[in-house]
Design a protein around this ligand. Sequence first.
Ligand code: URA
Ligand code: SF4
Length: 188
Amino acid sequence: MFEKLEEIDAVVKKCNKCGLCTNRTNTVFGVGNPNADIMFIGEGPGADEDAEGEPFVGKAGKLMNQALIGLGISREKIYIANIVKCRPPNNRTPLKEEANACLDYLRNQVMIIKPKIIVLLGNTALKNILGEEYGITSTRGRWIDKKGIKYMPTFHPAALLRDESKKIDFWKDLELVKNEADVQNFQI
Ligand code: URA
Ligand code: SF4
């Protein structure tokens, strides 16, 4: 058990528990408020994230930032992390064994941060956190309560880059998060 995010980060930086360690430039641990009420979970670092060591700084991240700004959610008040902390080659989906190897770190992050809401960005986050039986198209936009945390599955921002029509639903889903945060007085 870890007590501080920095302790987990230090272990992650040296981690070689899965094959993704061989191609990384930087590990991408997560960023934001260590006491965040709202946490966003993506899939894994892309090229820009691998270069900078920070999640969602590339094209998909910029799109997500625009939505956050538009909704009045501040990136500094939430916490953002990924299922895997090292970049999969050619941005492929992380393999099950890679996600499994990495998930303990994320679980520890969640235990320390204690978010009230977790936004699951895309299928990889959804399936690895809530279970393989879930699919983003049928699950997005609906709250799922589990062990005192409210989960909101929505599209991955990279999916919006490929299909503009998904932007409307993505916005609607994040609006639900913003409204819930307002009602509950959560930090946004
Ligand atoms: N896509 C992700 O899933 N995570 C990132 O950090 C960047 C792009
Ligand atoms: Fe370790 Fe996770 Fe990186 Fe794999 S992806 S080497 S488990 S930090």
